[in-house]
Ligand binder design. Structure first.
Ligand code: PEP
Ligand code: MG
Length: 866
């Protein structure tokens, strides 16, 4: 296999092999853009090297040598001699963008002799600036000598000479270089003077950076596989720091925060790329370049348009201007906020650049989740005290305790506290702390600084460049005007406006916005699976409908027995000492449920609603604490000791495998009878008022056909009696079953004979298939993940090969008995986008999930078809 590709040889479809950056450099070269020439060492080389270091010496080295010679002849420059000096950058670039997670070295090829020659060609200050940066980056990346150690030496020299480095003469520059080289020696290494040696070492270091801690964390976070490797791009250097007619910048072709179709970016005159990204100097907005270097600006406009048209997406472009001439160094599909993702997808469709279907595919379900996330309550905001403002780098609203380091962020969150990470600027080392923070605030850096880019990617609220803040990470204080805040103090951060507030501000969920409606309407047009909601409170039912649920897939009735007044009657029923007490409690419960069902049915109107009969084991309704038992005994007019004994008797060793679900319906039919009576009393009442509904009654935890037959029998009798009592012509209804036990899956054909519909309770089905308690898995799932025994929690993402196979079997068996039976999913994984694709494949009719997951699920069901 070919190990190295020149930019002339690759194309954008070689992303797996060349990485995103390499593929794009090749594509841009192909498009005729001014790209400094170079070559890409493939991702395969990275994995080969990481598997066996000998690969480099034995196979790759000679190819790199050839590639450099080729580059020399193409550019007419030399990488090794002291004339016509060629310098290169060495950059990582994986197939998936991982901003700042891996390493880069610039100005490679300088040494003690070449820097002199280079100084003659350009100027002393510039040449030594490049050399000094090379030593620092090389030391940091190749030998792990922290870059701060170099900065300290530079600052010491500046103070000693009492001038800035930009004013150093040659001898003074040489002094610093000497100090830097000595720092290498102190670390028992030497800076290689041979440019080829530098290139070899840098390449190996970039390969290795694929496996550094922050890169691994980033990959885990974004579900990027660990076996892909990074490509290495070797590119001839152009110099943005070669004078006042030079500069460098990062520009998005559209606004990455809100999606507006307008160039958005920043540049710095007389600077190298790292200066913009690192947030050390505060850059200027791109529009101002027009006045400073109009030709380069106009070229940039032309090329950025070309790139966007070509890639049919918003681009994030890095450019450098060297003595007035523009070079494009990099382009990629730009990272953006959820809001911008949606707007850009819709706009590109409206501009005819992409189709409706492509627009649907451009937005991930996670983005939808972010869009319906909370913002500050505007009423409360008017009385909140704003103490500072910065750039609105990533929208959202968050409250938390201030911390100043990634470590503290982790420590606090481990204790269950919410934190706001406040720093001068963030660096890739902070990634683990950033992940756990509610919001990120930096005093320096622009909209394209590390903090801003990473936060937008994660959907975390972020404010950057908040210059009024003086952050003292060592003293753990942040000063702003006359406010001094310390670690642990509570602040609130608005990432959409850039404002910071003292104390806590309540949040609310934003209005269902129009663009979102638009996209979801398109999604509904393509979708085959329907999306229902799991909801029972009136508020949740309404939210579900507002979010576009086509019906209710699961109303859990036990949630209706938990109010103080109601639980007392439930307890009375469970502990009843005679028939009279049973009847009293049942009548009370009947009247409560009747009112509930009336309101619920009225809320969902003619949409279908699956009502599940009582499921949990009885002891869940009983008190366990002595005082509570005492007061219950008083209310029931019994001896506490007697009540206590009875409760003890009801205890079970494995309640989840015990007396629950349909087993309760069989041992005590009167509860289920009462429930259906309540449902039909209210349905009949509504029918009389002119609203005819079709109740769908669902029986939980069936594992045997006779269970279902027995229960269905007495339910239909009760329902018939209820119609009769009201002297009304019976209207249609359905009685179905949950499938949540492995045995139920296996005998699904038999169950289908007497069930009108199925709904898979994947929570119990997962619990019973793995034998993992759904309430205790939290104790070990993280260790399972760390040890790579399991990639995901099967209660969150369907286990396709086990639980999924059972469901698939059950669906096919059920359809043998009843071809058109309605089959849904109502466990937690019903709202999980990855699982939804599987449900689509195996012929499920609908998924049901909690109300806030509905919008994302609507998109996911459409994407599952496309
Ligand atoms: C299930 O088991 O998946 C289900 C929906 O029921 P519950 O979570 O109430 O047990
Ligand atoms: Mg269940």
């Amino acid at each position: 296999r070919k190990l190295i590709y020149t930019f002339n040889e690759g194309r954008s479809e070689n992303k797996d092999l060349l990485g995103g950056k390499g593929a794009n450099l090749a594509e841009m070269t192909h498009l005729g853009l001014p790209v400094p020439q170079g070559f890409t060492i493939t991702t395969e080389c990275c994995m080969n090297y990481l598997d066996d270091a000998a690969f480099f010496e034995e196979q790759l080295k000679v190819e790199v040598l050839k590639a450099i010679q080729n580059l020399e002849s193409e550019t007419g420059k030399s990488f090794t001699s002291e004339e016509n000096i060629l310098l290169v950058s060495v950059r990582s670039g994986a197939a998936f963008s991982m901003p700042g997670m891996m390493d880069t070295i610039l100005n490679l090829g300088l040494n003690d002799l070449r820097v002199q020659a280079f100084a003659k060609l350009t100027n002393v200050n510039f040449a030594f600036d490049c050399y000094r940066r090379l030593l620092q980056m090389f030391g940091d990346v190749v030998y792990g000598i922290h870059k701060e150690q170099f900065n300290v030496l530079l600052h010491q020299t500046e103070s000693r000479l009492n001038k800035k480095v930009t004013d150093f003469n040659e001898a003074e520059h040489l002094d610093v270089i000497e100090l830097y080289k000595n720092l290498f020696l102190k670390n028992k290494v030497a800076f290689p003077q041979d440019p080829m040696e530098q290139l070899f070492e840098a390449t190996k270091a970039v390969f290795k950076s694929w496996n550094n801690q922050r890169a691994k964390v980033y990959r885990d976070l974004h579900h990027i596989p660990h076996h892909l490797g990074t490509a290495v791009n070797v590119q001839s250097m152009v110099f943005g720091n070669s004078g006042e007619e030079s500069g460098t910048g990062v520009v998005f072709t559209r606004n990455p925060s809100v999606g507006e179709n307008k160039l958005f970016g920043e540049f710095l005159i007389n600077a190298q790329g790292e200066d913009v990204v690192a947030g050390i100097r505060t850059p200027e907005p791109i529009e101002t370049l027009q006045a400073i270097l109009p030709e380069a600006y106009n070229d940039f406009i032309k090329y950025s348009h070309k790139l966007e048209q070509h890639y049919k997406d918003m681009q994030d472009i890095e450019f450098t201007i060297e003595n007035g001439k523009l070079y494009i160094l990099q382009t990629r599909n730009g990272k953006r906020t959820a809001k911008a993702t949606l707007k850009i997808a819709l706009d590109l469709a409206a501009e005819g650049l992409i189709s409706k279907k492509e627009a649907i595919m451009r937005v991930s379900p996670e983005v939808i989740d972010q869009l319906i996330h909370p913002v500050f309550d505007t009423k409360k905001l008017t009385t909140a005290e704003a103490f500072a403002a910065g750039l609105p780098a990533s929208p959202g609203a968050a409250t938390g305790s201030i911390v100043f380091t990634a470590e503290k962020a982790k420590e606090y969150t481990a204790l269950g506290k919410k934190v706001i990470l406040v720093r001068q600027e963030t660096s890739p080392e902070d990634i683990e702390g950033m992940v756990v923070s509610e919001a990120i605030v930096t005093s320096r850096g622009g909209m394209t600084s590390h903090a801003a880019v990473v936060a937008r990617g994660m959907g975390t609220c972020c404010v950057t460049g908040c210059e009024a803040l003086t952050v003292n990470e060592a003293a753990k204080t942040v000063l702003c005007g006359n406010h001094t805040l310390t670690e642990g103090d509570t602040i609130s951060v608005d990432g959409s406006t850039g404002s910071l507030y003292l104390g806590e501000i309540p949040t609310i969920v934003p209005e269902n916005d129009q663009s979102l409606q638009q996209l979801l309407t398109w999604a509904d047009e393509c979708a085959e699976l329907k999306v229902r909601a799991n909801a029972e409170t009136l508020q949740d039912l309404q939210t579900a409908i507002d979010f576009g649920a086509t019906g209710i897939g699961l109303a859990r009735t036990e949630h209706m027995f938990f109010g103080e007044e109601r639980v007392l009657e439930m307890r009375r029923l469970i502990l009843a000492k005679d028939e009279q007490e049973v009847q009293f409690a049942l009548n009370k419960l009947l009247s409560f449920q009747q009112e509930d069902f009336y309101q619920m049915l009225k809320t969902v109107q003619d949409k279908p609603m699956v009502i599940r009969l009582l499921d949990p084991p009885m002891h869940e309704f009983l008190p366990h604490d002595t005082n509570e038992i005492k007061s219950l005994a008083e209310q029931l007019n019994r001896y506490p000791s007697a009540v206590e004994k009875q409760i003890e008797k009801l205890q079970e060793t494995n309640p989840m495998l015990g007396h629950r679900g349909c087993r309760l319906g069989i041992t005590e039919p009167r509860i289920y009878q009462m429930q259906v009576k309540a449902i039909f009393n209210s349905a009949i009442q509504l029918a009389k008022e002119g609203l005819t509904v079709c109740p769908e009654i669902m029986v939980p935890l069936i594992s045997e056909k006779e269970e279902l037959d027995y229960i269905k029998n007495f339910l239909t009798e009760t329902i018939a009696a209820t119609f009769k009592e009201h002297q009304i012509e019976p209207f249609p209804y359905e009685i179905g079953t949950m499938i949540e036990l492995p045995r139920a899956c296996i005998i699904a054909d038999q169950l289908a004979e007497n069930a009108d519909f199925f709904s898979f309770g994947t929570n119990d089905l997962t619990q019973m298939t793995f034998g993992f308690s759904r309430d205790d898995i939290g104790k070990f799932i993280n260790i399972y993940k760390e040890k790579q025994i399991m990639q995901q929690d099967p209660f969150q993402v369907l286990d396709q090969s086990g639980v999924g196979e059972l469901i698939k079997l059950a669906v096919s068996k059920a359809r043998q008995t009843k071809e058109n039976m309605m089959i849904g999913i109502c466990g937690e994984v019903g709202g999980n986008p990855d699982s939804i694709a599987f449900f689509q494949q195996i012929g499920i009719d609908y998924v049901s999930c909690s109300p806030y997951r509905i919008p994302a699920a609507r998109l996911a069901v459409a994407q599952a078809v496309l």
